[in-house]
Design a protein around this ligand. Structure first.
Ligand SMILES: [Zn+2]
Length: 122
């Protein structure tokens, strides 16, 4: 992770897990390189305490706040199969996905709807 802050980049977090989350929440706009060109406001804890292995395999803890805490949570969500869209309301998510599909139609990375094969015919 490289958010352009004080920690020498990149911040390497191997098998990270969040040990503590602040009660104080913050809402900020997020986007994602996995689903470019769409953005949404996501509420997350302002501060997290994360434990991980560093690039040398040594356990360390990082107490992060603000934008760095947001990035840590966003990236750990990816490891759990969660996108920032999953933190939005169903209506907001559907609107953004529709916008993304429209913007990406015909381009590389376009989402093509397919009908699943009936069971037993694979
Ligand atoms: Zn992402």
């Amino acid at each position: 992770m490289d958010v352009g802050e004080d920690h020498p980049p990149p911040l390497v977090l191997i098998n990270p897990r969040i040990l503590e989350r602040s009660d104080e929440l913050e809402t900020a706009e997020e986007g994602c390189l996995s689903i470019p060109e769409i953005f949404g406001d996501v509420e997350r804890p302002l501060r997290v305490l994360v434990e991980a292995l560093d690039a040398q395999g040594k356990v360390f803890r990082a107490d992060v706040t603000g934008y760095k805490a947001r990035a840590v949570q966003h990236e750990i969500d990816h490891l759990d199969g969660v996108l920032f869209l999953d933190h939005l309301s169903a209506v907001k998510r559907a609107l953004l996905v529709a916008k993304w599909k429209k913007a990406r139609k015909g381009k590389k990375g376009h989402t093509k709807e397919v009908t699943p094969e009936p069971a037993g015919e694979l």
